[in-house]
Write a protein that binds this ligand. Sequence first.
Ligand code: FAD
Length: 411
Amino acid sequence: MHVIVIGAGVTGTSCAHRLLENGHQVTLIESASSPNQGCSFGMAGFMGPLSASMLCSPFKGNAGLASIFAKTRRLGWDVSIGHMKFLRALANARSADKWQADRKALVELARYSVALTEFTARMENIGFEQNYGLLKIYTNEQEWETAHKEQAVPVAGEWLSAEETIRLDPSLENVPKPFLGSLYMPQELTGNGSFFSKQLQIQNVADKKLTMMYHTTVKSLIKETDTIVGVQTDKGPIKADVVVLSNNLGAKSLLEGHLNIPSQMLTGWTITAKVDPVNVPVKYALSFENKDIEVTKLGNRLRVCGRYWLGELTHDMTDKIIEEMYESVCKLLPMSAAWPESTNWMGQTLVHPDSLPSCGATNIKGLYLNIGHGLNGWALSEGCASLLLCLIEGKEPEIDPNPYSPMRFSK
Ligand SMILES: Cc1cc2nc3c(=O)[nH]c(=O)nc-3n(C[C@H](O)[C@H](O)[C@H](O)COP(=O)(O)OP(=O)(O)OC[C@H]3O[C@@H](n4cnc5c(N)ncnc54)[C@H](O)[C@@H]3O)c2cc1C
């Protein structure tokens, strides 16, 4: 089969790799000059599976639009009229039963995906600065107690006191009081997703005979009667048996007039700083539950994220958010990296209200989606690639594909 994959970020590269491995002819089309120049460039590197991110926490009681306006500091949103429909869908996705079902589906896909990533890394001899272990740090009495009482997901972890936590990771010595303790999750995986994907792409081109088209933008999908038969690019048309959209935000305009899927742009920011010999190195990935700060260790660098914005950005939001994140991490981990020389990055990703990706066939023959991964694009990339391969070949996938079907919204 000849398959066109649009977008050479982490999701498109994994998808192309899996298709090539199974003997398909693949053309990967990317408008930039190299892979991972979009949202995959500076992301944090969480793989999970349990740290896979939902847009919101469940709402207890009657979920409704009003519940959405109880903003957390971690996630903010624009409340323009055009955005209301999405916010309503988001409010519905917060009802306890729906949230639990979506959460279960997300963790199942992340778990499957992490296993496949580790397998691919071994088979292809790829190192990606992987690091095991996540510490969820609690500095708020109420959250600490609630977390102990009711865990939203079954957690393979261990509760530690503040002293035990510092013994495990001495970089946390300066965390201001009250430092109540942590949840230590030793199996959680983090790493450099962009680096993993770049190495996969080198193998795609060198060993797997990928047809790679950089500097090429897909302008529209070519439809004949009820089937997608190829794409129109700025360099001319290309025909194929199957087209997979793995192009994140770029999918929205290509789907116009074909398919209407509720999705929004989610913006996030990261700060990256080098760890010098004088620093007290961080040992595990860290999530400061009450401070909107998450930290990953990527080789000899630390990467910080934790603030997100749903919908259109307002002017100078970036400067303000970066400054807040910077001040926060300097207070929490003052000795752990060369913070004054850090660099900033902003990324944008497409997200659906239920926080699950759209991965699978559409109601248009020949058209498959691999979009809407939200904050879990790398974490889910290998799992989605495997699901897509099975669905394209008409085989039964190893996990239930229904929760991720792009057609779930039309039910
Ligand atoms: C601050 C932040 C932190 C994050 N942290 C994590 C994390 O820790 N773990 C995790 O799993 N995920 C994380 N994410 C999410 C993750 O970055 C994304 O889900 C993921 O990068 C999406 O990958 P992608 O390949 O689908 O998209 P992209 O990397 O955006 O790639 C899409 C590509 O398609 C190309 N393209 C678009 N339209 C066209 C067109 N018409 N023709 C040709 N090419 C086109 C673009 O140029 C781009 O290269 C984070 C996101 C942000 C913003």
